[in-house]
Design a protein around this ligand. Structure first.
Ligand code: HEM
Length: 436
């Protein structure tokens, strides 16, 4: 499909073959930079940086130090301890209120996880939280809102200087706050590294960026943008996906029982599930994939691509400057591609010809594909799978009342549940406790 909004030309693909051609094409290795992304300095971070040496360098650094299999294994203990805190928090919320609004708990866990990975900071669950926590939550939420808003100035440049929706003004205010917040953390790291003389492998992402060799060194403002983007991208994707999965568990008790049975037979109830158990839980992993199919967090792979030069897709000529999107939601709900696409059937992912979801098969590519495929995909999946296993080992999830589960969708930067999931969580008879 092709159309224009103001001066912006769009093409949208709902066909896996064309989608693959677009995402894998070097012509589409750039992203259109919206005014909000530019104002938030994200053109200097990985996700919006133009295709070139600077972007390639950021991908290389993060692939080596943040997202490598070794880093994912090394962060397993911390993921587990956050999962344990979420379990405790859910237990106390259930005792207090009888029901739990999981979104808040998941968001806390997810943000905490990324804050530790990127900045080396940890926070405790608590009523209201401390000042630092409130600030970081607000900064993430504001950035999320600003990037998600449809801004007319992006397509009608003459409206740009009027800033009718106030996007530019809000972005500038936010950037100043982010700069103070992240700048303070960078300064603390600089001072600490002088005192402690840590090796790169012992540190967080700030340490890694500070220790880069001369030719790769980032300027202070670039570093703030890169660090902030990681926090921003790693938080909501994971929390939103887990909320959808739990909603599906509440809605499909038979499928939930099957996951319980799998966990009980592979892990049992005497010890907590950990990262090493996950490869032995194929049904649980199929549940994650089926949820990604039914509710792809980026239904239009929200991060669009931009044609750097004139190109050809199939028989169609695509001029430079065209914005290309993939309608992943359309593909994953297409009768020609999936049998009973409206039905939640994790079993389909146990079959031999089930697609690999990491970007090689566009029937389901929730992390995108090609050069700009999500670099955090393995880390994101490891987090979702472990926390889901923990939340299901410890609880049975049931509706909070007779009204069931509202699966209405709301498209912001990601595809979220319109109404936050409210559920009861019945403690399962596990015979271990966490030492947080
Ligand atoms: C369930 C979890 C996640 C989902 C569904 C997801 C999805 C996506 C998608 C669809 C893209 C665009 C890919 C493309 O254009 O082909 C993307 C890009 C990106 N994601 Fe993720 N993501 C997840 C987790 C994460 C995590 C945990 C991080 C980091 C902490 C992260 C960091 C990024 C970055 C930096 C990019 C931009 C890459 C570039 O343009 O070079 N993501 N993600």
């Amino acid at each position: 499909m092709a159309f224009s909004v103001g001066l912006t030309r769009f093409i949208i693909s709902t066909n896996p073959d064309t989608a693959k051609e677009i995402l894998n094409s070097s012509a589409f290795a750039d992203r259109p930079v919206k005014e909000s992304a530019y104002e938030l300095l994200f053109h200097r971070a990985m996700g919006f940086a133009p295709f070139g040496e600077y972007w390639r360098n950021l991908r290389r650094i993060s692939a080596t130090h943040l997202f490598s299999p070794r880093s994912i294994t090394a962060s397993g203990q911390f993921r587990l301890s956050i999962g344990a805190k979420m379990v405790d928090q859910i237990n106390s919320l259930i005792q207090k209120n009888g029901v739990v609004e999981v979104r808040k708990v998941l968001h806390f866990g997810s943000l905490n996880n990324v804050m530790k990975m990127v900045f080396g900071r940890t926070y405790e669950f608590g009523e209201g939280g401390d000042y630092d926590w409130c600030e970081v939550e607000e900064l993430v939420r504001d950035g999320y809102d600003l990037l998600g808003v449809f801004n007319w100035s992006d397509h009608f440049p003459l409206l740009g200087w009027l800033d009718l929706q106030g996007v530019r003004k809000r972005c500038r205010k936010l950037v100043a706050r982010v700069d103070v917040f992240v700048g303070k953390i960078i300064l603390e790291h600089r001072m600490k590294s002088v005192v402690e003389n840590k090796t790169v492998d012992e540190g967080d992402f700030v340490d890694i960026l500070l220790n880069l060799e001369k030719e790769n060194k980032l300027q202070h403002s670039d570093m703030v943008a890169v660090l902030w983007e990681m926090v921003f991208r790693g938080t909501d994707t994971v929390a939103i996906l887990l909320e959808w999965i739990l909603a599906r568990m509440v809605l499909h008790p038979k499928i939930q029982s099957k996951v319980h049975a799998e966990i009980d037979s592979v892990v049992g109830l005497d010890r907590t599930v950990t990262d090493v158990d996950i490869p032995n839980l194929p049904y649980l992993r199929a549940v994650v994939k089926e949820t990604l199919r039914m509710h792809p967090p980026g239904p239009l792979l929200s991060w669009a691509r931009l044609a750097i030069h004139d190109t050809q897709i199939g028989d169609h000529f695509i001029p430079a400057g065209t914005t290309a999107m993939v309608n992943m939601w359309g593909i994953t709900h297409d009768h020609e591609i999936w049998s009973d696409p409206q039905e939640f059937k994790p079993e389909r992912f146990l079959e031999e010809d089930a697609p690999n979801i990491m970007g090689s098969d566009l029937r389901l590519a929730p992390f995108g594909a090609g050069r700009r495929v999500c670099p955090g995909k393995a880390m994101g999946l490891a987090t979702v799978e472990l926390w889901l296993a923990m939340l299901l080992q410890n609880f049975e999830w049931v509706p909070s009342d007779d009204s069931g589960v509202d699966l209405s969708e709301c498209l912001k930067l990601s595809l979220e549940m319109k109404s936050s999931l409210l559920s009861k969580a019945i403690a399962r008879p596990v015979c271990f406790s966490f030492k947080n």
